[in-house]
Design a binder for this molecule. Sequence first.
Ligand code: IPE
Ligand code: IPE
Ligand code: MG
Length: 257
Amino acid sequence: MTQHQSSTLSVPEVRAVPRHVAIIMDGNGRWASKRLMPRVAGHSEGLSAVRKIVEECRRIGVEYLTVFAFSSENWRRPPEEVSFLMKLFLKSLKGEVSRLADNDISLRLIGDLSRFDLAIQEMVKFSEEKTANCKKLTFTIAANYGGRWDILQAMRRCLIANPNLKADDVTEELLQPHLSMSYAPEPDLFIRTGGEQRVSNFLLWQLAYTELYFTDILWPDFDVSELHKAFDWFRNRERRFGRTSAQIAAEPMSDAV
Ligand code: IPE
Ligand code: IPE
Ligand code: MG
């Protein structure tokens, strides 16, 4: 497996269109409450927003899109809401997988899936296999995912793979292949809808040098034009990765469009 460049070990290539976009889709409950609808109606509406954003990312050449669907802390919600989300998850996997395959989009799940019903686990396996050879976009859903869980499970797997590992020998290169997103470059752009400015235990390791974009728009209202606002904002960031502006100005021009 190819090991992706680490933003802390070397300076990654900068492109005008982000290679990897990671999104916290927040604000579904408030979207519904504002309309005097039950919170779960916001989750159903949020699914339509996901479809449009996946399609647009594919169209403009984003290579990896990762969305946070259910955090390791979302089990704390009322049981009715959790069970609705589980049903919606299963239903949407069943409903969308063929369309993803037809559009050359590969689907990956990250998170501790062992806590989900067997029906979900089987559907995930089927969906990942069915889309495994798709190349245009890798669409990752984070479900029962937590950034701390990810680092811990990576450390555990790293120790299993290297049983004689000494503390001094633990390196990024050894750990990275065990992180759940080892197949993807680190996100270039993080988007959080819904007004909160926090990471809520999303990709803690991987967001080290990601540009963070926050918008008050509630997730069901986040459409293609809002996505382009985030891309426009991203294009104007100076990604220094620890260096100075003068160093970046002196660099040869990148041929990225
Ligand atoms: C995000 O929307 C979806 C999930 C966490 C599953 P919320 O359900 O958190 O919506 P708000 O933040 O309560 O409005
Ligand atoms: C983050 O949203 C998780 C998802 C969108 C799946 P939350 O609504 O759970 O985050 P907090 O609780 O406001 O930080
Ligand atoms: Mg929320």
